[in-house]
Write a protein that binds this ligand. Structure first.
Ligand code: FAD
Ligand code: SIN
Length: 525
């Protein structure tokens, strides 16, 4: 198969790129499950844009830089916040239905780290509404083909130029190639690398793994965002309790009822996520309790049901009526702030390979992403990538500015002996997730990181050997990419000898000002 443009992933980034590229040629969107299955589809709180009468792009910029703890690329953030209002309007023109005030203006919610109400939302299922809108728009746009149940395995490079991908048909097991003039990675993040995560099963870091094996530069992988509040329930997989709940006045309490957040930050429950997640972690360690509570019982019950219908219904399924009782919550891995390094046009260091959305590192999020900035980042940079790919494809690829934190990782060497006909992929997946949860979590130490690196190196070598020995499957491809992401996170965490934003290491508790402009860049050795 051959197309002009090939987008890997059907979330907000892949769909936005495709809709913008389609007027210039044929576009295929490859997606490993059914088309709507993506992190985008589960986004709850909303999309940030400075549209309020008391707001401005400058304020949105400042809040983003503050949350990013000195490590954001200011130019990238400017591009983000200046384009926000226009692209939200684009979604509305495509048909997105966001909540409105009685006077018809957009209802704006509040989330942690924002100094103004600027979160545009559709109740607590904003991602579903955006995904629905973009899928309809893609269906109506000529020249777009969506290929479901096709899993990208590896990028094809000829003379160092990306010319396509190797693909697995997940229904038949066939492996084949798709060629294109330009390839976009829009495969999302790697939340599944942790045992406890808000992310759906698709989030296995495939794009980061593929780009890494192809020799692209990967940046800032140590900055994994843990969302402070996911439902704690023995029968429930980690289900997100949106930050918007705190935005509407939700209060965090210990099991004994004590409200602890004011002890940690004057912004209390609305401090940026790294601060709230670490505070909960500290309280849990101090008390030995399995969870804390998020309490919104003081709000009007009808308002809660209308504003948070998904959260209300889901909690009810688990026997918790959130209008009458507090919600047991714990932090869980939520967002990959780093990823495949790109310039402001979504270009990676490999010619004709682009990356947008959660798979990419644009410099926007720095050491900690501001809530509801990721849907916006995907929109803004996917539009720019499409513009570049359709008009300036021939330009030589960019390179990152030199940084004072760089790592050079040799390619994975397969372990010498492997089972010749079978391999327990599930066991390896679980092992990776357990190691990451235990040793590369919210609070890190050099010793635990070194232990994790050792375990992950040996596991990765076994996984690579088994992958090469056996026909590719959904499982083998995902476990291989999870292993790559786990190693990249751990190596990057070891390289950053300071605490900043989401990266908190007990041995280096202070932020080192001289590292403020230094992203962690991982190069292939
Ligand atoms: P995704 O939406 O994750 O899409 C990735 C796509 O790639 C999927 O279609 C997947 O199937 C496909 N794919 C992956 N690997 C392969 C492969 N090997 N081959 C083919 N296809 C592949 N952000 C906000 O800004 N506001 C919010 O309110 C918000 N709430 C969130 C709530 C939850 C529960 C979660 C998990 C995240 C939330 N986020 C939120 C983050 C945000 O949803 C994501 O960062 C964003 O949707 C990522 O979009 P994307 O297009 O980059 O990737
Ligand atoms: C949430 O609704 O809390 C998620 C928002 C985000 O991840 O930006």
């Amino acid at each position: 198969m051959e197309f002009d443009y090939l987008a890997l992933g059907s979330g907000i980034a892949g769909l936005t790129f495709a809709i913008n590229a389609a007027p210039h040629g044929s576009v295929a969107i490859l997606t490993k499950k059914q088309r709507s299955e993506s992190n985008t589809n589960y986004a709850q709180g909303g999309i940030a844009a400075a549209i309020g009468s008391d707001d401005s792009w400058e304020l949105h910029l400042q809040d983003t830089l503050n949350a990013g703890a000195g490590l954001c690329d200011r130019e990238a953030v400017e591009v983000l916040v200046k384009n926000g209002p226009r692209l939200v309007q684009w979604l509305i023109e495509l048909g997105a239905q966001f909540d409105r005030n009685p006077d018809g203006s957009l209802a704006l919610g509040r989330e942690g780290g924002h100094s103004r109400n600027r979160i545009i939302h559709a109740a607590d299922h904003t991602g579903y509404e955006i995904e629905r809108t973009l899928l309809i728009a893609a269906r109506k746009t000529p020249h777009i083909t969506i290929l479901e149940h096709y899993q990208a395995l590896d990028l094809i490079l000829e003379d160092g130029v990306c010319t396509g991908v190797q693909v697995l048909d997940t229904l038949t097991g066939d492996v084949f190639e798709i060629r294109a003039k330009a390839v976009l990675l829009a495969t999302g993040g790697c939340g599944q690398v942790y045992l406890h995560t808000s992310n759906p099963l698709i989030a296995t870091g495939d794009g980061i793994g593929m780009a890494w094996r192809a020799g692209a530069v990967i940046a800032n992988m140590e900055f994994i965002q843990f969302h402070p509040t996911t439902l704690y329930h023995t029968d429930a997989p980690s289900f997100l309790i949106s930050e918007a709940v705190r935005g509407e006045g939700g209060i965090l309490r210990r099991i004994d009822g004590y409200r602890f957040m004011p002890d940690y930050d004057p912004r209390a429950e609305l401090a940026p996520r790294d601060i709230v997640a670490r505070a909960i972690d500290a309280e849990l360690k101090k008390t030995g309790d399995p969870h804390v509570y998020l309490d919104i019982t003081h709000l009007d019950a009808e308002f809660i049901k209308r504003r948070f219908p998904t959260i209300y219904q889901t909690c009810l399924q688990y026997g918790i009526d959130i209008t009458r009782e507090p919600i047991p919550v714990v932090p869980a891995a939520h967002y990959t702030c780093g990823g495949v390094w790109t310039d402001l046009d979504g270009r990676t260091t490999i010619p004709r390979l682009y990356a947008c959305g959660e798979v990419a590192y644009t410099g926007v999020h720095g050491a900690n992403r501001l809530a509801s900035n990721s849907l916006l980042e995907a929109l803004v940079f996917a539009e720019r990538a499409a513009l570049h790919a359709t008009t300036r494809l021939e330009e030589p690829p960019p390179q990152p500015k030199p940084s004072c934190i760089t790592i050079a990782l040799p390619p994975v060497t397969p372990a010498p002996q492997v089972a010749d006909h079978a391999y327990n992929w599930d066991a390896s997946r679980l092992q990776i997730r357990k190691v990451m949860q235990k040793k590369v979590g919210i609070v890190r130490t050099t010793q635990r990181l070194q232990e994790a690196r050792c375990e992950l190196e040996s596991l990765t070598a076994q996984v690579e050997a088994a992958y090469r020995a056996l026909p590719p499957t959904v499982e083998s491809c995902e476990v291989r990419n999870l292993a790559a992401c786990a190693l990249l996170i751990t190596h990057s965490a070891l390289a950053r000898k300071e605490s900043r934003g989401l990266h908190y290491v007990l041995d280096y508790p202070n932020t080192r000002p001289e590292l403020a402009t230094c992203p962690t860049l991982a190069y292939p050795a």
